[in-house]
Design a protein around this ligand. Structure first.
Ligand code: DC
Length: 228
């Protein structure tokens, strides 16, 4: 079973993706973490973000692995644990920039599709292009969204917990900048797949969203069992 979760940053995709993966015993794949790992590698190597060729080389030559159970998955970049480093705003912006480069997308999309296809029982993937590009035939597709202010508030609170020094205003500006880039890029911009279930999480608590998503998944499982 493949579950696709797309949407802008801070809409709750990763928290809910992990909850679903845990409940259903599926692999969880945070595809944004891979773009973040490439963004971090580019920053560390001091490469110019306009140099598409060099940035694509980095994406091709670095080894990115997601290891462990959904709730404490670690991200490794060439065998180094970068799970904390990739969560800063600077790396978020770097990820958003490298994700506009078609060659980078090609490499990561292939990697993500292979991981999903080879997963034993199936996979929950969260990102921007899961239901539109990576798995257009996913068994269940969600598009989670929320007002920018609600998303910035959540991100800001997460950052405070992780001791990242920032202000709400800065976080809102970062989110707006990243949203703008993610929806306006030429290759695979963030769009809502026609058959995705859209949930606005601004006013809902996680448990309510989780229940809604589980009922869609159960419907899809039932429909599948009837046809097989
Ligand atoms: O989900 P996230 O905020 O960690 O993602 C970081 C950036 O990576 C995001 O701004 C856009 C990009 N991204 C993408 O283009 N496609 C994906 N499937 C996942 C993330």
């Amino acid at each position: 079973m493949i579950i696709a979760i797309d949407g802008p940053s801070g809409a709750g995709k990763s928290t809910l993706g992990k909850m679903l993966a845990k409940e259903l015993g599926l692999l969880y794949l945070d595809t944004g973490a891979m773009y973040r790992a490439v963004g971090l590698a580019v920053l560390e190597k001091g490469i110019n973000f306009d140099d598409n060729e060099k940035v694509s080389e980095i994406a091709a030559d670095t080894n990115i692995e997601l290891v462990g159970e959904p709730e404490n998955q670690k991200v490794f970049l060439d065998e180094r644990d970068v799970s904390a480093e990739i969560r800063t705003n600077a790396v978020g912006q770097a990820a958003s920039i490298v994700s506009t480069i078609s060659q980078v997308r090609k490499i990561l999309v292939e990697h993500q599709r292979t991981l999903g296809e080879n997963s034993e029982k199936g996979c929950v993937l969260d990102g921007r292009d899961i239901g539109t590009i990576i798995f257009p035939n996913a068994d269940a597709k969600f598009f989670l969204t929320a007002k920018p202010e609600a998303r910035a508030r959540r991100r800001y609170e997460e950052d405070l917990n992780k001791a990242h020094i920032t202000t709400y205003k800065e976080t809102l500006a970062e989110i707006n900048l990243r949203d703008k880039r993610d929806v306006s890029r030429a290759d695979s911009p963030l769009t809502i797949s026609e058959d995705a279930v859209v949930i606005d999480t601004s006013e809902l608590d996680l448990r309510e969203v989780f229940e809604q998503m589980m009922s869609v998944v159960r419907e899809s499982q039932n429909a599948k069992s009837k046809t097989t």
